[in-house]
Design a binder for this molecule. Structure first.
Ligand SMILES: [Zn+2]
Length: 356
């Protein structure tokens, strides 16, 4: 993640938001630590939070602070901080889910796995002394994608960690991680950021235009990583417009056309498209409720207020609430069921009709 200048101050973490968590861990880094509410360093941390909320960026900042040689860590100037900034510190390892593509393993955070061989390598690495400093830090990304073999090996390391080793683990939900692993880690839950934090970060750290920063911050639901991704890949922003155009078309369409669309969507290999559509649609229906309540300044789709107002006039609040509940139920279904087609049929058939 690109650094903004205030982040270069000694002791400042190169992250936006999550202040309580960085302050808490900063206290654990202080030697002695006999101040009230002081924390002590643990040998393992589990960072939980929704996708793209900044778990890896945060954990990496903590790793820099752990490896930094200055009393005010991270100092951003010592050899360790500079090696971390260049992603070249020999005592830091990042483990990411991998998938096999053409006989080679590549990082894949959607369909990849943390595999047992990776945990075996970690155990071998962890047994060796650090090369540069006093500690070795391992960052394990996406523990919810670990296979059982990986999880069991990791558990052994957590039971008897070499004294110089600190393990940082990220995952989406507590329930996705073996309870025996959770209980051996200090758990840090990162919550979605406030809208203004995302907006300011986009402007300061990524030089976004004010209007663009505002729109992305509204759509991001507190996930700075998502907003940055959208900023860097303008083509992905067309996805929202496409999903909304589909929504409007289907609201005016008959049963047959709706079912045809559900069939096409269900036939796609990548479920990610379905979840992306659900997210965009849910945002729209939430905005309709806000518009009906006269709170359009809180809407996410601020660039489409006239269309929102038009829909809000045509629909009863109860209808909007019901469809929002349907969207939520369908998302739950899709996470736990194999019958994607049935869920998508419900999604399109329950969609209220609006002819504009
Ligand atoms: Zn340093």
């Amino acid at each position: 993640m690109k650094l903004a200048s205030p982040h270069q101050t000694p002791g400042a973490w190169p992250v936006y938001g999550h202040t309580w968590a960085s302050e808490y861990l900063q206290r654990a880094l202080q030697p002695g630590g006999d101040a009230p509410h002081s924390a002590r360093l643990s040998h393992a941390y589990l960072f939980l939070g929704p996708p793209q909320v900044g778990k890896t960026t945060f954990a990496r900042a903590f790793a820099t602070a752990l490896l930094c040689s200055s009393p005010v860590a991270p100092c951003h100037t010592c050899r360790h901080c500079q090696l971390m900034a260049r992603d070249a510190h020999p005592d830091f390892r990042l483990l990411q889910p991998m998938a096999k593509v053409d006989k080679e393993f590549v990082v894949d955070r959607q369909k990849g796995e943390l595999r047992v061989e990776m945990a075996e390598q970690l155990i071998r690495d962890a047994a060796l002394r650090p090369l540069e400093g006093a500690r070795k830090v391992f960052l394990i990304q996406d523990m919810h994608l670990a296979n059982l073999g990986f999880a069991n090996k990791l558990l052994k390391t957590l039971e008897e960690p070499p004294p110089h080793v600190i393990l940082l683990v990220t995952a989406r939900h507590r329930a996705d991680v073996l309870p025996t692993i959770v209980s051996r880690c200090q758990v840090i839950e990162l919550r979605p950021l406030d809208q203004h934090v995302v907006r300011d970060a986009l402007q300061q750290g990524w030089q976004a235009e004010p209007g663009e920063a505002d729109l992305l911050a509204r759509l991001a639901a507190g996930r700075l990583g998502w907003a940055v991704d959208q900023l860097r890949h303008p083509e992905r922003r067309a996805e929202r417009e496409r999903h909304l155009a589909t929504l409007w078309r289907l609201m005016a369409a008959d049963r047959l056309e709706r079912l045809h669309f559900a069939g096409e969507l269900a036939g796609q290999r990548d479920n990610q498209q379905i979840f992306s559509l659900l997210e965009v649609w849910t945002g729209w229906w939430r905005d309709l409720l806000l518009t009906q309540a006269g709170a359009d300044e809180a809407c996410s789709n601020v660039d489409m207020l006239p269309r929102l107002a038009e829909h809000a006039r045509c629909l009863e609040t109860r209808t909007v609430q019901n469809y929002l509940a349907t969207l939520k139920r369908i998302e739950g279904f899709l996470r736990h069921t194999v019958n994607v087609r049935l869920a998508l049929d419900v999604l399109v058939l329950r969609l209220p009709a609006v002819r504009t």
